[in-house]
Design a protein around this ligand. Structure first.
Ligand code: PGA
Length: 225
């Protein structure tokens, strides 16, 4: 059976209190169904402010998830006002999402910025989930997992077909040499199974459907290949 990766991207949502309430419910639901993470890895990518409280909550009540951040500074520690360096989140996050299309669009991040960020994450000993919205986009060689997310499918309720996504992902893996790749864009409990069944797709990256713990657990249950 293939191993499936399920990333949650909370984006710019949830206060500390809301993140802890989410986690409490998620931990209770997953404890009552221990099989839900068999052959699956769940990576919860949250706002910086929620990393430390969630780490403490996970120490108290363990649940089968790894924590991730959604961005990082392209620079090391130092005089970069407002930036969060990779060293600051090392120990809190195992993963960092880099290059999400919203970062490229609203914050004008360039390939050069993104390659620098990947360097910072890898130097700090964390893993990179690198997002691209087109198979032709460059991918840094140190990437651990690629997330292929067509821009028109993000948050719109319109998914790519599993066949198209599989073809794009096969092409991306071949061109980049990266062995693991996810599909993202309007994935829900109802449509996830088609994506994870497709041979080259190693899992999914979930935005909207990860914000409610019940919906997210249901999605994980339906994500079996
Ligand atoms: P969505 O977001 O699931 O809400 O479409 C996916 C993403 O942006 O990672």
């Amino acid at each position: 059976m293939k191993h499936i990766y399920i990333g949650a991207n909370w984006k710019s949502n949830k206060t500390v209190e809301e993140s802890l309430a989410w986690y409490e419910e998620f931990a209770a639901l997953s404890a009552s169904q221990p099989d839900i993470v068999k052959d699956r890895s769940v990576i919860l990518c949250v706002p910086y402010t929620n990393l430390y409280p969630l780490k403490l909550a996970m120490e108290k009540t363990p649940a089968p998830v790894e924590l991730g951040a959604q961005d990082v500074s392209p620079y090391p520690e130092g005089a970069y006002t407002g930036q969060i360096s990779a060293r600051m989140i090392h120990g809190l996050a195992a993963w960092v999402i880099i290059g999400h299309s919203e970062r490229r669009k609203y914050f004008r991040e360039t390939d050069e910025d993104l390659f620098r960020k990947v360097g910072q994450v890898k130097d700090a000993g964390m893993k990179v989930m690198y997002c691209i919205s087109d198979p032709a986009m460059p991918v840094p060689p140190d990437t651990d997992i690629i997330a292929y997310e067509p821009v028109w499918a993000i948050g719109t309720g319109k998914t790519d077909s599993p066949e198209n996504a599989a073809a794009a992902i096969a092409e991306i893996k071949k061109a980049s040499g990266v062995q693991k790749a996810l599909y993202g864009g309007s994935v829900t409990p109802d449509n996830v199974s088609g994506f994870v069944h497709a041979e080259p797709i190693d899992g999914v990256l979930i935005g909207g459907a990860s914000l409610d713990p019940k919906k997210f657990v249901s999605l994980i249950q339906h994500a079996s290949a």
